[in-house]
Design a protein around this ligand. Structure first.
Ligand code: SAH
Length: 474
């Protein structure tokens, strides 16, 4: 059987600057991206708008995928797509189970490529100002898991011999780890630090002694993911807290823009000052299921008396884009009726060169149409009722928030995420400022789609280090 290929790619600890060039190129080309909980949503912005995003963590209402299921998924997806990117936090071969996934792919005869990533074991301490080695202070470091199930205890003697000890996955077992190391001759006065969510907007660093670290971490509410560093380097002050004191550290900005290229160019100077940026763009909002677009357009192409009822301006754009993608000659639309549900949507239609044939339920009911395709956004059963009252067939057309989901087997569908989901996940981490690149009125439908319509939407200046006063779209 012919196969696509899988790239096992390290995403680094989260900061966009720590993605390798190869990783970025593969994300840009991927048809499907299977990503983990620790992969920052920001890195997914490099993907094609129509790429399918699959979350290999826990899906809503579903159990979390086991390792064997993820391997089966990769093999399955590779059979249907040219390039599947398996994106993992940090480096795929450092406590990332990348080797197991590679073995499963080999066994199934699926070609793969491996792209190392910047591991959190080194980058996270570095972002907290802690060097792994330091001339005259530490000449060796050891990286281990702090998770008991993974056998730290067996090798704790070897670990205790390193001058710098770096522990991943150790937060919940800190007191036990500290006790074990002390029992193997590591003084409880040894400097230590724990760094939570390193390289991200919410990075926090707690420094203490080995003996006091568990208590301090608990007092400050430090949780997973975090990297623990034990050794004299943890007390070194030469780097200071360089990242956490950047001028825009802790800031979060969500940019609404026409294209991702424009959004990423705008994000760069903000990120250079320590802010975290995400973007939602028209080119992503417009991706829709081909089957849904086809449902309407095939009828149009066959010259059936068809009408479209639009409930949102975004739907108008998504539909025009689908017409274009379908390669439909615009002259075939001559007999199509278009209806807008209110003045705002009617205005959006007119702006795009289409004058609505109907703007009220009464007009819709009287239109000479035998199939109404009704944009399924929001509620509004009244529209369906009016269409039906005229004896027309009514079909929902899901233009908004629809995702382009090419042949992902049904089994994995619950794990598919839309762009809107990815942004919602990011927003659930904490508040963000909302900016429009360009006219806020044109970007407002994007905010609406994200459920952020009541947030102030300001216009960002070109290369937006400052922003003008609030200008709200209608
Ligand atoms: N392959 C990854 C490690 C996976 S194990 C790598 O090379 O980085 C998961 C652990 O990595 C977490 O429990 C935590 O200890 C660490 N980790 C990953 N990303 C992190 C981050 N941004 N901040 C702090 N710790 C992180």
């Amino acid at each position: 059987m012919a196969h696509g290929r899988v790239a096992l790619v390290g995403a680094g600890p989260g900061h966009p600057g720590l993605l390798t060039e190869r990783a970025r190129a593969l994300i840009e080309q991927a048809d499907v991206i299977v990503y983990d909980r620790l992969v920052s949503p920001r890195l997914l912005l490099h993907a094609k708008p129509e790429a399918t995003l699959v979350y290999a963590g826990k899906a809503p209402g579903c159990h979390a995928l086991g390792q064997r299921e993820i391997e089966a998924m990769l093999v399955d997806l590779a059979r249907q797509h040219d390039l599947v990117v398996r994106l993992k936090g940090g480096d795929p071969l450092v406590f990332g189970r990348g080797a197991e996934e590679a073995a499963a792919l080999r066994q199934a005869g699926v070609p793969f490529e491996l792209v190392p990533g910047v591991t959190s074991a080194l980058a996270v301490p570095a972002f907290a100002g802690i060097p792994a080695t330091l001339r005259g202070v530490s000449r060796s470091f050891a990286v281990a898991t702090g998770h008991a199930g993974d056998g730290l205890m067996a090798r704790v003697d070897a670990l205790a011999a390193a001058e710098t000890i770096v522990l991943l996955m150790g937060v919940s077992e800190l007191p036990r780890i500290a006790g074990e190391l002390a029992a193997h001759g590591v003084s409880s006065d040894t400097p230590a630090a724990i760094v939570e969510w390193g390289t991200r907007w919410k990075q926090r660093t707690v420094r203490a002694t080995l003996g006091g670290l568990a208590h301090e971490a608990e007092r400050k509410g430090i949780g997973s993911p975090a990297v623990i560093v034990i050794g004299q380097v943890a007390a070194d002050a030469s780097l200071g807290s360089w990242f956490e004191s950047m001028p825009r550290f802790g800031e979060r900005h969500l940019l609404l823009a026409s294209s991702m290229r424009e959004a990423l160019a705008h994000a760069a100077p903000l990120e250079a000052e320590g802010a975290e940026v995400l973007a939602y763009t028209w080119d992503r909002a417009r991706s829709l299921r081909p089957s849904e677009a086809d449902a309407g357009l095939t009828a149009v192409a066959h010259g059936r008396p068809v009408g479209f009822v639009f409930r949102t301006a975004l739907g108008v754009d998504a539909w025009l884009c689908a017409v274009q993608r379908a390669g439909l000659d615009l002259r075939r639309l001559a007999h199509v009726q278009v209806a807008a549900i209110d003045g705002y949507v009617a205005h959006a239609l007119r702006e795009r060169g289409l004058s609505p044939d109907a703007r009220s339920l009464g007009e819709i009911a009287r239109a000479p149409v035998d199939l109404w395709l009704v944009e399924a956004a929001g509620s509004g059963d009244d529209v369906d009722a009016a269409c039906r009252a005229s004896g027309a067939e009514v079909r929902p057309l899901n233009l908004l928030g629809a995702r382009l989901a090419p042949a992902v087997p049904a089994r994995w569908q619950p794990f598919v995420r839309t762009w809107r989901d990815v942004i919602a996940d990011w927003l659930s981490e904490g508040p963000a400022d909302l900016w429009a690149l360009g006219d806020p009125a044109l970007m407002r439908p994007l905010a609406l789609e994200l459920g952020m319509d009541s947030e102030p939407l300001r216009r960002a200046d070109a290369f937006g280090l400052a922003a003008r006063e609030a200008v709200c779209g209608a």
